[in-house]
Design a protein around this ligand. Structure first.
Ligand code: DGJ
Length: 729
C-alpha cells in the first residue's frame, strides 16, 4: 500500500519510491500537515507536529489552548475567516453574506487505484496496484459545506495527485469564490521559486528567484493556460541544482485561467497552492450540488530539478496522455503553414507533398486556409466547408492523392473560434462569448465560440465529425488563436455569469473527449498560436502540442529547454523551417535546425520544392537518421546537460530505458576564438557498460563518459551544433 493510516495517532503516510508525505488529524479535527520529503519510517511521526504559544495578533480557535493557532498550524486545506490569516485554499459566500468557514475531519476512505475526475482531464492508473487513493471527508458544520479532499500516491511513478470535490449539504445556496486544487505548508522558506514565463513565440523561458516574505504568485487571467505563464511552479532548496538537492514541483492539469500562489508568512513558513484562478470566478452550488476542482500533481525530488522533470515526463507520457498514439512513434510530418501561409492551391499542396514523400516524410499536414473563403485571417472561422476555389476536387480527393504518395494526410482546424465575417456568425450572433451592450473585442479578427453552451458544442462536434469521417484523415492540428475578453454567456443567468470561463473549459473538454473517442485512429496535436496552451489538460486529449510558432533553432533551444522542465519530448512538436527564419530573421544551418528539432515530434515546415539539391540531400539524411533514433528520443529518459541560460552552449541527451543507447545534442550559439578545450559530462548512462563513440574507433565506459566526459567538438562560426548516437557494445 502506498497510503497507510495509523489509527492510534491518526496519521496518514503517503509513500512512493522517492518520497514520504505525512499529515495527521489534529485533536480538534483540523488536518495538520507534518512532513514532505525523502522517504521516512512511521515509528516517530507523531513527534513531528509541534505548536507553541506566540505573541501575535492572530486569534486562537480554542480559548483553553493558546498554543493552537490556525495562523501557524501547517495545514492541508486551509479555510478563510476562522483565524488562519494566510492565503486560504478555498472560500465561500453563504446566503447570509458570510465567508467564514472551518473544515473539520468527518471520515476517510483509502482504496487502491484512482477514480476518474468527472468531466476533467487527470492522471490515471491502468491497474489498481499502481496507486492508492485517500479521500478525506471534511465538513463545515455551520454552512453545510463538505469537501472531499483526495490524494493519489503513484508508488512507482513517484507522484502525488490531489483534487477536491465540494458538496453543498445545506438547504440554501452556497457560492464558491475560491476553490484551489491543493495547498501545502513548508516549515521554512529557504527556497528559490522556478516558473516558466514568456509570450507568443517566446514561451516557457525559465525564471528563478529567491522567496521573500509576502506573496509571490504566477497566474493566467486569459481564459487559457497561456503563453505568458505555464500552470507550473517549483520550489528549489537553496543549494539545489539540476542534479542535486530538494525540489518540489506543482503542476495543474487544467487549460484555463490558473493561479499558483506561494506565500511566505511572518514566521518564515511557506504556503504553496495551485488551482483555478479565483479572479473573476465564482460557482453557485445549489443544495445537493457538487463542484470538482481540476487535479494538481506534486512531485518531490531529492536529486535535483532533472529528476523532478523525468518524473513528470514519465507520469505525463504514460499516465496522462492516452490513446492509440501514446506509445507509438510519432510520424515525421511536413506542414505547409510557413511554406505557403494562406496562398496555396491543390497543385502547390501536391507538389510539396510529393517532395516530402521523396524525402521519406510520413505525413502531410494541410494548415489554415482550406475552408470558407479564407485567403487571409479576416474571416471564415466557423465555416468548415472546403474552399472549392483552392481545392476544386475537395478534401477527400486531396487526401487520397497524398495517401497515394505513401503519406498520411492531416488537417488544421480552429474549432473554438468564429469570425464575425462568417456564415456561422451571421446565423448565430449569440453563439460567441460576449456581454450584453458591450463591444465584442476581436483578436486576429475573431471571437470565441461559447463552449459553455450545449447547442454550440453539438454543432461543432457534428461538423468536425462530418469532415473527419468523410476523408482519410490521420492527424488533426487543433488550434486556438486568441485569449478571452468580455467573458459572458447568453445562456447563463446573471448569478452564474462568473462561471462562464470554467464552464467553457468543461465544454471544451467534453468536445475533445467526444471527438477524440469518435476517431481513435487520428493523432491529435493541440496548438494555440504555438504554445499558448501547452499544459497537462490538453495533453490528456492530445499527446502532442505545437511547442511554439517560433521555429528559429536558437530560440527553440530556450523554449524546448524550458518546456522540458515539465513536459516529455514526445509531447513537443518541433519542425525544421526556412531561413532567414520567419520569426527572428536569423540564419542557421539546416543541420542545426534539425538537431534542435530532433528532440521532439519531428517535422518540416517550409516549401520543400524550393530546397537546393544539397539541402534536399541533407533533409533526406535527416529523415532517415531521425527514424533510427526516434524511439529512443521520444520514449527514453531526458537529461539536461548545459543550459542556454548559462552561456553560449546548450546540451541535452536522451538515454534508453535499458541504458544501451543514448543520443546527445550539443549547440553553440557564439563561437570563441582560441577557445579552451572542454568536455561534456554525460548523464544517465550505465557506468558498467561500454559505449561506441560515433565516427571513431573508440569504445568508452559509461563511467568515463559521465565522469571524464566526451571532448567538446571544435567549432567554426556561430550557430554550430553536433549530435551523437552512442550504443553499448
Ligand atoms: C497559429 C499556429 O501556431 C500556426 O502554426 C498556424 O497553424 C496558424 N495559427 C494558422 O493560422
Amino acid at each position: 500500500m502506498s497510503i497507510r493510516y495509523d489509527s492510534v495517532d491518526r496519521i496518514f503516510h503517503l509513500q512512493t519510491v522517492g518520497t514520504s508525505y505525512l499529515f495527521q488529524i489534529h485533536p480538534k479535527g483540523y488536518i495538520q500537515h507534518l512532513y514532505w520529503g525523502r522517504p521516512i519510517g512511521d515509528a516517530d511521526a507523531r513527534y513531528i507536529g509541534r505548536t507553541v504559544e506566540r505573541a501575535s495578533f492572530s486569534p486562537n480557535p480554542d480559548p483553553e489552548d493558546k498554543t493552537l493557532s490556525l495562523d501557524t498550524l501547517p495545514q492541508e486545506y486551509p479555510a478563510y475567516g476562522t483565524s488562519d490569516l494566510r492565503s486560504p485554499a478555498y472560500e465561500i459566500q453563504m446566503e447570509n453574506g458570510s465567508s467564514a468557514t472551518e473544515l473539520k475531519y468527518v471520515e476517510h476512505t483509502i482504496a487502491s487505484g484512482k477514480p476518474e475526475l468527472q468531466g476533467l482531464p487527470a492522471t490515471y492508473t491502468e491497474s489498481d496496484d499502481e496507486a492508492d487513493t485517500l479521500t478525506l471527508v471534511l465538513e463545515d458544520e455551520t454552512s453545510g459545506l463538505r469537501a472531499y479532499v483526495s490524494y493519489t500516491a503513484f508508488e512507482k511513478l513517484n507522484a502525488i495527485a490531489r483534487s477536491v470535490r465540494f458538496e453543498n449539504r445545506s438547504g440554501a445556496p452556497i457560492r464558491l469564490i475560491r476553490a484551489l486544487s491543493m495547498s501545502v505548508d513548508f516549515e521554512h522558506s529557504s527556497f528559490r521559486m522556478l516558473h516558466l514565463a514568456g509570450a507568443w513565440a517566446r514561451e516557457r523561458h525559465i525564471y528563478t528567484r529567491a522567496l521573500t516574505p509576502g506573496t509571490q504568485s504566477i497566474e493566467s487571467r486569459r481564459g487559457a493556460s497561456s503563453h505568458q505563464h505555464n500552470p507550473f511552479v517549483a520550489l528549489l532548496g537553496r543549494d539545489a541544482t539540476e542534479d542535486y538537492g530538494d525540489v518540489y514541483g506543482f503542476s495543474l492539469v487544467y487549460s484555463g485561467s490558473f493561479l499558483a500562489n506561494v506565500e511566505v508568512d511572518q514566521f518564515g513558513t511557506t504556503r504553496v497552492a495551485i488551482g483555478i484562478n479565483p479572479f473573476d470566478f465564482s460557482w453557485l452550488l445549489q443544495p445537493g450540488e457538487t463542484f470538482q476542482t481540476p487535479e494538481a500533481v506534486m512531485v518531490y525530488s531529492s536529486e535535483g530539478l532533472g529528476h523532478m522533470s523525468r518524473t513528470f515526463h514519465e507520469l505525463y507520457r504514460s499516465r496522462l496522455c492516452r490513446g492509440a498514439h501514446r506509445d507509438k512513434e510519432r510520424p515525421i510530418l511536413i506542414n505547409n503553414w510557413e511554406a505557403t501561409y494562406f496562398n496555396f492551391n491543390a497543385e502547390k499542396i501536391s507538389a510539396i507533398a510529393e517532395a516530402g514523400s521523396e524525402l521519406g516524410i510520413e505525413l502531410f499536414v494541410l494548415d489554415d486556409g482550406w475552408f470558407g473563403n479564407r485567403d487571409n485571417d479576416k474571416g471564415s472561422l466557423g465555416d468548415w466547408f472546403v474552399d472549392k476555389n483552392k481545392l476544386p476536387n475537395g478534401l477527400k480527393d486531396l487526401a487520397e492523392k497524398i495517401e497515394g504518395m505513401g503519406m498520411k494526410f492531416g488537417l488544421w482546424f480552429e474549432p473554438e473560434m468564429v469570425s464575425p465575417d462568417s456564415e456561422l456568425y451571421r446565423k448565430h450572433p449569440d453563439w460567441c462569448l460576449h456581454v450584453p451592450n458591450r463591444r465584442r473585442s476581436e483578436a486576429r479578427n475573431q471571437l470565441i465560440l461559447d463552449y459553455s453552451r450545449a447547442d454550440v458544442r453539438e454543432y461543432i462536434v457534428s461538423v468536425i465529425s462530418d469532415i473527419l469521417g468523410n476523408s482519410p484523415i490521420s492527424y488533426v492540428k487543433w488550434d486556438m488563436n486568441r485569449n478571452m475578453s468580455e467573458i459572458g454567456s447568453a445562456k447563463l443567468p446573471p448569478e452564474r455569469q462568473r462561471e462562464t470561463a470554467h464552464r467553457y473549459m468543461l465544454g471544451l473538454y467534453e468536445v475533445l473527449e467526444e471527438v477524440t473517442s469518435r476517431f481513435p485512429h487520428i493523432l491529435f496535436e493541440s496548438c494555440s498560436g504555438g504554445g499558448g496552451r501547452f499544459d497537462p489538460g490538453m495533453l490528456y486529449y492530445m499527446p502532442q502540442t505545437w511547442t511554439s510558432d517560433n521555429t528559429d533553432a536558437v530560440s527553440r533551444l530556450y523554449i524546448q529547454y524550458g518546456t522540458s522542465i515539465v513536459y516529455p519530448v514526445s509531447s513537443m512538436g518541433a519542425h525544421v523551417s526556412a531561413v532567414p527564419n520567419h520569426q527572428t530573421g536569423r540564419n542557421t544551418s539546416i543541420d542545426m535546425r534539425a538537431h534542435a528539432a530532433y528532440t521532439g515530434a519531428f517535422g518540416y515546415e517550409l516549401d520543400l520544392t524550393k530546397l537546393t539539391d544539397s539541402e534536399k540531400a541533407a533533409a533526406k539524411e535527416q529523415v532517415s537518421f531521425f527514424k533510427s533514433i526516434r524511439k529512443l528520443v521520444q520514449f527514453g529518459d531526458f537529461y539536461r546537460i548545459l543550459s542556454p541560460l548559462d552561456g553560449d552552449e546548450t546540451a541535452w541527451m536522451v538515454v534508453s530505458k535499458d541504458k544501451k543507447e543514448a543520443y546527445l545534442a550539443y549547440f553553440q550559439t557564439r563561437n570563441e576564438a582560441n577557445a579552451p578545450l572542454g568536455r561534456i559530462r554525460l548523464k544517465g548512462l550505465d557506468p558498467t557498460l561500454r559505449y561506441r563513440i560515433p565516427d571513431s574507433d573508440s569504445i568508452v565506459g559509461g563511467d568515463f563518459l559521465m565522469n571524464v566526459g566526451l571532448p567538446k567538438p571544435q567549432t567554426w562560426g556561430d550557430y554550430s551544433s553536433a549530435v551523437y548516437y552512442l550504443k553499448a557494445e
